[in-house]
Design a protein around this ligand. Structure first.
Ligand SMILES: Cc1ncc(COP(=O)(O)O)c(C=O)c1O
Length: 385
């Protein structure tokens, strides 16, 4: 293996926290003789469903798969317009295109960087079928406003809750308000299974999605190996294959147990950063609205080049080269990606400003206290403060 250790950051932007519990659960699964979607995936689904108080949950191979299945189950397709932020990952715009729908990019608010409900309302047309909100960095969007908007206009509400597995706003838990919501357990997420996702929400829609996600077969392989004969099935719709395996769910079950502690540690690091960096000129730390529990997937700072000594890109580069600290950017706005260029029908000034100024600092439970201090010290030295 040719790994240039010299070039690896000493403080990576993210590092998963995997313990002996996950290893033991995977070994238990390997030894159990049941590897695909079965008892462990079902238990994982049950744990998430009950914690959120939603009707149903389906564990799948990624958040992208969850949204894809949700759109297919809800009949969103050709000719439909779907409102979505551009300040997001390419995943949702991509699946919208895959089902033949048109992403309509809506600007975000300048405080939480979540899709703005007032902007969204003005983008509704006779072709609008759904709105897909995203809880930016783990700060929930205005869930009450979006539920009302969807109900008033007869729209489907989907939450891309990839960043917000444990987050609340105004007494509502992210992922529990939409007709559907999708979570990600990708390698860098607040809990991880390497790759993985979950679709939750209304039973009628998740039930359809479950069918579509296992080839269109009308009974799961676990059910068929239990009370039914293995060939005793029919295919009722042309489906896809998106289920989560029990090997993956084994990791998820143990990570899920640790979610409250992980989130608490992320919040602690966030408080330290905000206290230590809040006075740096031209640098904005994240705002947490009242009655909000932030999920802290991201610790986002915004660097105004007119008021700070360095631009966002210079800061990232100097942290990397001089201090071996890795950072990330969330996101390159979707409408600036080649595949979506020229598709924005509305002006997106806050999104574009965020695309130029946002930087994600390392913020995850595997960071040591010393590493948190190193990030703070590096930032303050770069600002000469
Ligand atoms: C907002 C958002 N949505 C969706 C995804 C896609 O998640 P997955 O890789 O599980 O499909 C990501 C991934 O990083 C994301 O940040």
């Amino acid at each position: 293996m040719n790994t240039d250790l010299q070039s690896l950051p000493e403080i990576p932007w993210n590092r998963p926290s995997i313990g002996d519990e996950e290893v033991a659960e995977v070994v238990d699964t390997l030894r159990s003789g049941w590897l695909t979607h079965g008892p462990k995936a079902t238990a994982f689904e049950g744990a998430v469903r009950d914690a959120l108080g939603v009707q149903d949950a389906f564990a799948v191979s990624s958040c992208t798969a969850a949204v894809h299945l949700g759109l297919l189950a809800a009949g969103v397709g050709s000719g439909d317009e779907v409102l979505t932020p551009s300040l997001t990952f390419c995943s949702v715009p991509n699946v919208l295109r895959q089902v033949g729908a048109r992403p309509v990019f809506v600007d975000v608010d300048p405080v939480t960087y979540n899709i703005c409900p007032r902007e969204a309302e003005t983008a509704i047309t006779a072709d609008t079928k759904a709105v897909i909100v995203m809880h930016y960095g783990g700060h929930p969007c205005d869930l009450r406003a979006f539920r009302d908007l969807a109900d008033q206009h007869g729209l489907l509400l989907i939450e891309d809750a990839a960043h917000a597995l444990q987050a609340h706003r105004d007494g509502l838990r992210a992922g529990s308000v939409g007709d559907l919501a999708a979570f990600s357990f990708y390698a860098n997420k607040v809990i991880t299974t390497g790759e993985g996702g979950m679709l939750v929400g209304r039973h009628d829609l998740v039930h359809k999605a479950r069918l579509l996600g296992r080839h269109g077969i009308d009974a799961s392989v676990w059910q068929r190996h239990g009370s039914r004969r293995t060939a005793d099935y029919d295919v009722t719709v042309p489906g896809l294959k998106y289920v989560m395996s029990d090997l993956v769910a084994a990791v998820g079950l143990q990570q899920w147990r640790k979610l409250p502690a992980f989130t608490a540690r992320r919040a602690e690091i966030a408080v330290t950063y905000t206290r230590a960096l809040g006075d740096l000129p031209g640098l904005a730390t994240p705002t947490v609205l009242p009655r909000t529990d932030h999920g802290w997937f991201l610790y986002s700072i915004f660097i105004d080049p007119d008021r700070s000594p360095l631009t966002r890109d210079q800061t990232a580069e100097r942290l990397r080269t001089e201090y071996k600290i890795a950072t990330s950017q969330h996101f390159r706005p979707a409408h600036t990606l080649q595949v979506y260029s020229g598709t924005a029908t509305r002006s997106l000034p806050v999104t574009e400003k965020a695309g130029a100024q946002q930087l994600s600092l390392p913020c995850y439970p595997a960071m040591t206290e010393d590493q948190v201090v190193q990030v703070v010290t590096a930032m303050r030295s770069l600002w000469k403060c």
